[in-house]
Ligand binder design. Structure first.
Ligand code: ZN
Length: 327
């Protein structure tokens, strides 16, 4: 019974990764969001990039889950009506800030119109920011406030990662991508998604193999945070990078890593992270059991679970864009 239930929610939640640029990526959307974050920072002294990090996390969940409505305004942060009005509040649609506070609801009047309106971007962001402010505005306390809000370690680390990227660049428009190896070099790749492979038992191939010579530079495909770096008996020397859309990019069989690269570091599209190799299929250092290639995988997190999806169409797109750039 439990298994069946799990299967059902899995099917419900898994859908297209929503990576392709859409109306929500337009410049005026970024400007609108940034204005709201900055206003909130001025009002409540919560640094804007933490708000942006949490909001972007929720936007990414809404793009990846069918059971959540897409965000209608600028702000993706979603608050359940029962949390907004307060658990014991008889009026689930309460907009009166006084009764909401009385029933310990999260709802707030952020724009000063006298109503705590759950559909209003400013009110919702203000309510979320007030929740964080109660813990304190330094990173340690923000982490605690985020944990108390999401009850998920991974949500906290993803949001803090997003915040660090926003803080470093000072802008929201950071969705540029790059092909993982330099274009106009010798490499080949085919769509091998889902094919069965042998080593270590029957596993489905979760990625695309880009065959190239040893040590051809391997580059980050996105802005992101290095979440994982090290050895795995299947993947050899490998790196995992999480981007702002909450997509995890996996690079395996590397010959080695770029000098000084470490977990937690921010990377940019096109930044060299290692070289093509043939490591893996054995204890640390094993190499040469198959022709050199980069195994590139993409995984989507939806706040509950993580699954792999086919990177091939994205690789084609990024390759075309890199080729179109000036030589
Ligand atoms: Zn592969």
């Amino acid at each position: 019974m439990k298994k069946l239930f799990l299967l059902t929610i899995t099917c419900l939640f898994i859908l297209a990764p929503g990576q392709v640029a859409n109306a929500a990526d337009a410049p005026d959307v970024y400007a609108g969001r940034m204005a709201l974050y900055k206003n909130m920072e001025a009002a409540l002294q919560i640094p804007w990039y933490y708000l942006a990090g949490a909001d972007q996390y929720e936007h990414s969940l809404r793009a990846a889950r069918r059971d959540l409505e897409p965000s209608k305004g600028f702000i993706g942060i979603h608050i359940e009506p029962s949390k907004w009005s307060g658990a014991l509040n008889p009026d689930l649609n309460d907009v009166n800030p006084l009764t909401i506070t009385f029933f310990d609801g999260l709802g707030q009047d952020g724009n000063g119109d006298g109503k705590a309106d759950i559909t209003n971007d400013t009110d919702r962001l203000y309510a979320f920011s007030k929740h964080l402010q109660a813990y304190g505005a330094d990173e340690d306390n923000i982490r605690i406030g985020l944990w108390d809000y999401y009850k998920r370690d991974k949500a906290v680390s993803i949001i803090i990662g997003n915040a660090e990227i926003y803080k470093k660049y000072g802008r929201l428009d950071l969705h540029e991508k790059a092909f993982p190896v330099p274009v106009r070099t010798h490499y080949t790749y085919l769509n091998t998604w889902g094919s069965v492979r042998g080593w270590g038992g029957r596993r489905i191939h979760e990625g695309t193999d880009i065959f190239a010579d040893y040590s051809l530079p391997v580059r980050s495909t996105s802005y992101g945070i290095i979440e994982m770096k090290g050895w795995n008996k299947f993947g050899g020397w490998r790196i995992g990078i999480r981007d702002l859309n909450n997509t995890y990019h996996y690079f395996a069989h590397l010959s080695g890593f770029a000098k000084g690269l470490k977990v937690g570091q921010i990377v940019e599209p096109g930044q060299v992270i290692g070289g093509v190799g043939s490591t893996g299929y054995g204890p640390p250092g094993t190499s040469g059991k198959f022709p050199p290639h980069l195994h590139y995988g993409m995984y989507k997190d939806n706040g509950i679970t993580e699954w792999s999806f086919d990177p091939y169409p994205y690789l084609k797109l990024w390759e075309r864009k890199d080729l179109a750039k000036k030589k």
